[in-house]
Design a binder for this molecule. Structure first.
Ligand SMILES: NC(=O)c1ccc[n+]([C@@H]2O[C@H](COP(=O)([O-])OP(=O)(O)OC[C@H]3O[C@@H](n4cnc5c(N)ncnc54)[C@H](OP(=O)(O)O)[C@@H]3O)[C@@H](O)[C@H]2O)c1
Length: 270
C-alpha cells in the first residue's frame, strides 16, 4: 500500500492531489494549518475510497511544527511519496516587503520543502524507491514577471529538484518539479492579489491531472501548460550549449562595447 504525504492539502493544488492519490488507492497524510478543512477532506476520502488518512496540523514556518512533520516522514508507516506543495505568494515589491514577511516566505517556500525532503530521502534511498514532487512555478523561468522574492523561491525549488534528481535517481528515488502557471486557487486572495486581473487561468483539476501525467512518465520537470516535452528538451539543450563555455580556462581576452552578456539588456560589461 502506497502512503503519500501532501503539504498544503487543505485547499487548491494540494487538496486536488489528495483526491487524485486517494482515487489511486493511496493512504494519505494531509498537512496544513487548517485542521477543520483537513478533517472534512479526510472524512470524504476515507468514505469515497476506503483509504487511511492521517491529519497532521502544522504551520511549516514554525521550526517545532516543521520538525513534527519531518519526524512523521522518518517513522512508520513508511511514506512512499512526498508532495512538497504548501506555499504562498507575497504581493509586494522587494523594496516594500517587510523583513518578517520575506522571512516567513523563505521558511515556507524554501526551508520547509528542503527539510522535508531531507527527512524523507534517507529512508527512500535505503528502500531504493520513493518519489518527491516539488511544486515550483513557471515564474522560476520568468523572474522578470514577478516582483519581490516569490520567483526566486520557486527558482530554488526547481534548481533543488534538478540537483537532487541528479544525486538520487540512480538510487531508485524519483524527483519531479512541477511548474504551474496561473491556476485558480486561493493563493491570489491570500496574498492580496486579484485573480480576475490574471489572463489565462488554468483550473486546478486540469493542472493536477497534467502534472500527474508527467509523474507517471517520470519526467523531471513538468510544465502543465506546455504539453510538448520537446519544448523543455530544447530549453535544456540550449543550457547544455551554454554550459560548454563554462570549461574555458580563461575569460575571452577582449570585452568590448559590442560584447554583451547573454540576456543582458544594457551595456553592462564585466
Ligand atoms: N495557483 C497558482 O497560480 C500557482 C502557480 C504556481 C505555483 N503555485 C504553487 O502551488 C502551491 C500550492 O498553492 P495553491 O495555488 O494551491 O494555493 P492555496 O490554495 O493558497 O494553497 C496553499 C496551501 O498551503 C498551505 N499553507 C499556507 N501557508 C502554510 C503554512 N505556514 N504552513 C502550512 N501550510 C501552509 C495552505 O493551508 P493552510 O492555510 O490550511 O495552512 C494551503 O493548503 C504553492 O507552492 C504555490 O506557490 C501556485
Amino acid at each position: 500500500m502506497t502512503t503519500t504525504l501532501i503539504t498544503g492539502a487543505s485547499s487548491g493544488i494540494g487538496a486536488v492531489y489528495a483526491r487524485r492519490f486517494a482515487a489511486r488507492g493511496h493512504n494519505l497524510v494531509l498537512v496544513a494549518r487548517a485542521t477543520d478543512r483537513l478533517n472534512v477532506l479526510a472524512d470524504q476520502l476515507r468514505e469515497q475510497h476506503g483509504v487511511a488518512v492521517e491529519v497532521l496540523t502544522a504551520d511549516l514556518t514554525d521550526a517545532v511544527q516543521l520538525g513534527k512533520v519531518a519526524e512523521r516522514l522518518r517513522t512508520q508507516p513508511t511514506i512512499d511519496i512526498l508532495v512538497n506543495n504548501a506555499g504562498a505568494g507575497l504581493n509586494s515589491s522587494f523594496e516594500q516587503a517587510s523583513a518578517t514577511d520575506m522571512n516567513k516566505l523563505l521558511q515556507l517556500n524554501v526551508q520547509a520543502p528542503t527539510m522535508l525532503a531531507s527527512a524523507a530521502i534517507g529512508e527512500m534511498i535505503k528502500r531504493g524507491s520513493g518519489s518527491i514532487i516539488n511544486i515550483a512555478s513557471v515564474l522560476a523561468l520568468l523572474p522578470e514577471y514577478s516582483p519581490g522574492i516569490y520567483a526566486a523561491t520557486k527558482s530554488y525549488v526547481l534548481t533543488f529538484s534538478q540537483s537532487l534528481a541528479a544525486e538520487v535517481n540512480a538510487k531508485g528515488v524519483y524527483i519531479q518539479a512541477v511548474l504551474p502557471a496561473a491556476t485558480r486557487t486561493e493563493i491570489y486572495e491570500r496574498s492580496g492579489a486579484d485573480i480576475s486581473k490574471v489572463p489565462d487561468v488554468m483550473e486546478v483539476e486540469d493542472l493536477v491531472d497534467a502534472a500527474l501525467v508527467g509523474f507517471d512518465r517520470k519526467e523531471l520537470v513538468t510544465i502543465p501548460p506546455v504539453p510538448e516535452a520537446s519544448a523543455w528538451e530544447a530549453f535544456e539543450q540550449a543550457r547544455g550549449a551554454l554550459a560548454q563555455g563554462f570549461s574555458m580556462l580563461s575569460p575571452p581576452r577582449v570585452i568590448g562595447p559590442d560584447c554583451r552578456r547573454p540576456g543582458s539588456t544594457g551595456s553592462h560589461k564585466g
